[in-house]
Design a binder for this molecule. Structure first.
Ligand SMILES: NC(=O)c1ccc[n+]([C@@H]2O[C@H](COP(=O)([O-])OP(=O)(O)OC[C@H]3O[C@@H](n4cnc5c(N)ncnc54)[C@H](O)[C@@H]3O)[C@@H](O)[C@H]2O)c1
Length: 330
């Protein structure tokens, strides 16, 4: 099959490699001409400094990319998603199957990516939506290391279509799900705790603190799942607990890396200036903080991280506040 990939960064090219290995034809679109050129001439992913299969082609012509195939795989940072969707609209001639692999939530509206697509595209432009999410560092996928993810759609037929499209018996196992909300929430929310895990590591804390953070983070995620009506089964699956584990315990995670810098004393702006790749957890923390207020939830870790990121509370002070809360049953 033919697939158009919108966004030729680390994850866009990691997934393009899987598609190419599965003998699909891939055309990547990126706004950055340098990225397009490096893919076409040197066959490399410049963000990861890794080679990609030579049959993956790239273009900076959006019309060409949209007309190339009826499957559009979006892998752009969620911050630019609305703009990216609006830019493809004029070139859509028939309904497309949209797959999204970016992980994030819109602050203020608290919209998930599928809801943003529903707001921006008509039924004549989008025939179905599939979220692809799970514990998957691009650094490992691009090297063909074993990875498992979930393809979720409210319409099972599309979840299964995408499951088959990506499944590779050597290294990429794909599960299907019809709980789009649960899959999207897990992929987005875990980034908050990855940032927090980096902060506490930057403060010199060890594995005990990390394990406590992941466990209590899972409890806060469960409260949000409950409040929004998402399935707890998804929380316990690859895109929930699976992604939480990988992202809170691996140095590949740029959310963890950003947290590490903040934990060592850099402020948010300095940290972001020093990162070349997207750090989705920051906007997601903002979104979750206001959602938690709105739904009257008790989410102390999200609140503490929000204060560190946006209210200049010292990480050490935030930790003290967290640890000195009233005692309670688990
Ligand atoms: N890197 C990973 O391991 C990984 C794994 C799973 C999910 N994700 C998610 O995938 C998303 C993208 O992450 P990434 O690591 O690939 O980021 P990245 O920074 O490596 O790449 C983003 C790419 O998007 C391009 N871009 C920006 N605006 C665009 C637009 N309007 N149209 C087309 N291209 C545009 C940029 O030029 C860049 O090449 C994030 O939501 C991230 O959370 C990443």
């Amino acid at each position: 099959m033919k697939v158009s990939v919108i966004g030729g960064g680390s994850w866009g090219l990691g997934l393009s490699k899987v598609l190419s290995d599965n003998h699909h034809q891939v055309l990547v679109y990126d706004v950055d001409d340098k990225i397009v050129e490096k893919i076409n001439t040197l066959h490399v992913c410049i963000q990861l400094n890794e080679f990609i299969p030579e049959d993956i082609r790239a273009t900076n012509n959006l019309q060409e990319a949209v007309e190339y195939s009826d499957i559009l795989l979006f892998v752009v940072p969620t911050k630019v998603l609305r703009q990216a969707i609006h830019s493809i609209k004029p070139w859509i001639r028939q309904p497309k199957l949209i797959i999204n692999a970016a992980k994030g939530i819109e602050p203020e509206s608290f919209l998930r990516v599928s809801e943003i697509f529903e707001e921006c595209l008509t039924a004549q432009e989008m025939k179905g939506f599939v979220a692809l999410s799970g514990p998957s560092h691009a650094e490992e996928v691009i090297r063909g290391l074993v990875t498992s993810v979930t393809a979720a759609s409210d319409q099972e037929i599309y979840a299964k279509e995408v499951q088959k499209l990506f499944h590779n018996a050597h290294y990429f196992r794909v599960y299907s799900s019809t709980d789009t909300m649960g899959i999207e929430l897990g992929g987005a929310l875990k980034n908050i705790f990855a940032l927090a895990a980096g902060v506490i590591r930057g403060q010199g804390l060890g594995d005990n603190a990390s394990a406590a953070l992941m466990t209590r983070g899972l409890v806060e995620m469960a409260k949000i799942y409950d409040a929004l009506g998402a399935s707890k089964e998804s929380l316990m699956g690859l895109s929930g607990v699976g992604d939480l584990i990988v992202t809170c315990s691996s140095e590949h995670s740029r959310n963890f890396q950003a947290g590490l810098k903040i934990g060592r004393g850099k402020d948010l702006n300095e940290t972001l200036d020093s990162m070349t790749m997207v750090v989705e957890g920051i906007r997601t923390c903002e979104a979750a903080y206001y959602l938690s207020r709105d739904k009257n939830l008790d989410t102390p870790i999200i609140d503490a991280l929000f204060d560190v990121l946006f209210n200049r509370v010292e990480p050490k002070k935030a930790l003290e506040i967290l640890l000195s809360r009233a005692l309670k049953a688990e």
